[in-house]
Design a protein. Sequence first.
Length: 407
Amino acid sequence: MDTSNIRKLFPILGQKVNGHPLTYLDSAASAQKPIQVIETLKHYYERDNANVHRGVHTLGSRATDAYEGARAKAARFIHAERALEIIFTRGTTSSINLVASSYARAVCKEGDEIVVSAMEHHSNLLPWQQAAKATGAVLKYIPLQADGTFSIEAAEKTITDRTKVVSVSHISNVLGVTNPVKQIAAIAHKHGAVVMVDGAQSIPHIKVDVQELDCDFYAFSGHKMCGPTGIGVLYGKRAYLEQMEPIEFGGEMIDYVGLHDSSWKELPWKFEGGTPIIAGAIGLGAAIDFLEQIGLDVIEAHDKQLTSYAVERMKQIDHLTMYGTEEGRFGLVTFNLDTIHPHDLATVLDTYGVAIRAGHHCCQPLMKHFGASATARASFYLYNTEEDVEQLLLALNKTKKYFREVE
Ligand code: PMP
């Protein structure tokens, strides 16, 4: 992959920050946008902007075609069987909340089980905590190993005939590890449970095939895969989506409205109450085109190689602790340096133009597992290079020296 040509497509990367060329290592939080996505949004607002599904005028038809075209692209992108299995949402958080508030609350009874892991992002925990509280279901955790990962054997022991929903991340936003979601789906199905996959960190890096994984629900966010903020996808198998009730009611999602009762449109529109996220979906479509043009296999190989390179280089820094497993750390490295607080570290790194993330990464239970209140995280995407890693190394070494001197 010719990263230098790819970088040119991302106008934001051309700037200097604090006198240094920007080294953006925070794509796991939000990825940058290529010119194709920016231009698509600009074109939409300059030429096609109108509300969808109702206008009989030309702009309304153009906007509707582009919006529904984006749905078809998203379906193809994750190999969903049908476009109606793609629900546009605000992002991964909204997608998981939709399943937890609709499916789980309808299906779970007192004593049933919802299974997650303590590795999960808060967005894949809190909706299930709330669903468990509302239904009397038990929220069970697949036990973690010392390195923060869980084994398939542990998952097998945790999932039982009382389990109604299992929800796990495909790739962890702290460990970078890929969870065996296909095997977990098979175990869950054996017990009659459904599987939801949090794909926020996988979809930007790897080719996802929801039919091959045989997951029942899959959630992801546009902004982590070069698309705009405010748009995401809930994929669901048709049979489950059909049986689910909407959780938002109002315009756009109705078939008939009476004074005391109403009925809903068919899939997918019954879940998209109000004016939908039209520009966001069209921008997401452009991001899908962009990633497919480069090739997800090429992106995966690049991101894997660059992460391994970063790990090898970071091993050479004394007193740097990396979290997660040696193998399978992918797309990101979570670490602490000496006794420097990660917020201080990230602040000093910023003076070298290096943008990393510091904090609990919306994973407080996992931080607790490691006995850490916070960690630093550098994450990599298709526009990052070995030079970016070297700039990170340089900044880390300087920061370490600085804190040693002031001690
Ligand atoms: N799950 C994981 C694993 C994530 O990394 C994130 C984003 N940090 C989310 C869920 C939530 O995504 P969003 O904020 O786009 O809804």
